[in-house]
Design a protein around this ligand. Structure first.
Ligand SMILES: *Cc1c(COP(=O)(O)O)cnc(C)c1O
Length: 351
């Protein structure tokens, strides 16, 4: 730390991203990327003409993409905010709506703690139950902003949208943010309820189900007033937060829905296959509705399993912490990748 740093940030502990090795040495199952390439329409949209246009600023209104999303989710463009990854949306939501604090789970997306600390939002940590499920009652009428990942990460567990409605209804004075990064893998979306609850904000991303993690595009759907607040912050930081190439790629991705639905179906089938196989090998595997599994083995610490897999060329995510230490979060890749994982796990167990 330099002596010049504003004391406001002296205790800030930044987010630790998953390892991103820049070679092809590993079967990479550690950051929940899609094993499939972006849709054919996306590859066409990211073309020479778009590259030539890079001399021009991008469209600060993000209108073509907002219109495509509005059409897809049956809302108006005024109900949509677009961020540089959903991390951008979440960051701005903490900044905008955290005045009375923010409630979120002890085991959830690690960035919530970082954003709370960055913006000096008081974090009200709600412990997941012993079985890692979330008790909606913890959030009912809690008098502050709420952040819930649904399905949750790293557990993959989800709660029904009827519970989310109750939480939104009972916190009418605060914004309830539902982070649906993984909703396309079998979860139930709260988007249809934003019309009824002006304090409900649903955040989604192009990074997981739409194979565009490197493009950095996420979005939030909510009431016109809440979206306007996020826009105020965006125009006060970086109105060009979405670059031209990513904007074109994302708009094309929204239009190619069938391609992505087919990918999600494949991933969900391989998830079930992998879960069954891991359970046969003695793992406890939580009931995931996301594109990853959260699994522990009685004879191995999570860290040992992570290290042994890495030595053998497979990267998974180990999250240190009292209640996550024994587990690893394993992204669902192709069937071939998961077979390689299972074979390697067997080797480790037999060694
Ligand atoms: C991956 C992830 C995000 C962030 O996604 P980006 O859109 O790539 O910034 C947000 N929330 C959760 C729970 C995630 O797992």
């Amino acid at each position: 730390m330099s002596r010049y740093l504003n004391p406001l940030y002296k205790d800030l502990i930044p987010y630790t991203p998953g390892e991103q090795p820049q070679n092809r040495k590993y079967i990479k199952l550690n950051t929940n990327e899609s094993p499939y390439p972006p849709a054919p329409g996306v590859l066409d949209a990211v073309n020479r003409e778009e590259a030539e246009n890079l001399r021009l600023y991008s469209d600060p209104t993000v209108m073509p993409l907002k219109e495509a999303l509005a059409d897809r989710y049956d809302v108006r463009p005024e109900n949509i905010f677009v961020g540089n990854g959903s991390d951008d949306c979440l960051n701005f939501a903490f900044m905008a709506f955290g005045a009375d604090g923010a409630a979120f789970a002890d085991i959830t997306y690690g960035f919530y703690t970082v954003f709370a600390s960055l913006h000096h939002v008081r974090a009200d940590i709600k412990k997941l139950k012993e079985d890692y499920t979330l008790d909606p009652a913890d959030y009912r009428g809690c008098g502050k902003a709420v952040f819930i990942a649904n399905p949750n990460a790293p557990t993959g567990l989800s709660i029904p949208v009827s519970k989310i409605e109750e939480i939104a209804q009972s916190n009418a004075g605060h914004v309830v943010v539902i982070d649906e990064a993984y909703v396309d893998f079998g979860g139930e979306s709260a988007v249809p309820f934003v019309k009824k609850h002006p304090n409900l904000l649903v955040v989604q991303t192009f990074s997981k189900s739409r194979s565009l993690a490197g493009a950095r595009v996420g979005y939030a759907i909510g009431s016109e007033q809440v979206i306007a607040d996020l826009e105020t912050i965006r125009y006060s930081t970086n109105p060009y937060n979405i670059n031209r190439i990513s904007m074109a790629a994302a708009a094309a991705a929204v239009r190619d829905r069938a391609y992505y639905q087919a990918n999600c179906r494949k991933i969900m089938a391989v998830r079930q296959y992998t879960k069954d196989a891991l359970e046969k090998l003695g793992f406890r595997v939580l009931d995931s509705q996301a594109n990853f599994l959260f699994a522990e083995h009685p004879d191995y610490s999570g860290k040992t399993m992570y290290e042994q897999l890495k030595e053998r060329g497979i990267l998974v995510r180990h999250l240190p912490g009292k209640r996550t230490d024994n587990f690893n979060r394993i992204t669902i890749g192709t069937k071939e990748q998961m077979d390689a994982l299972l074979k390697t796990v067997e080797e480790i167990l037999n060694s």
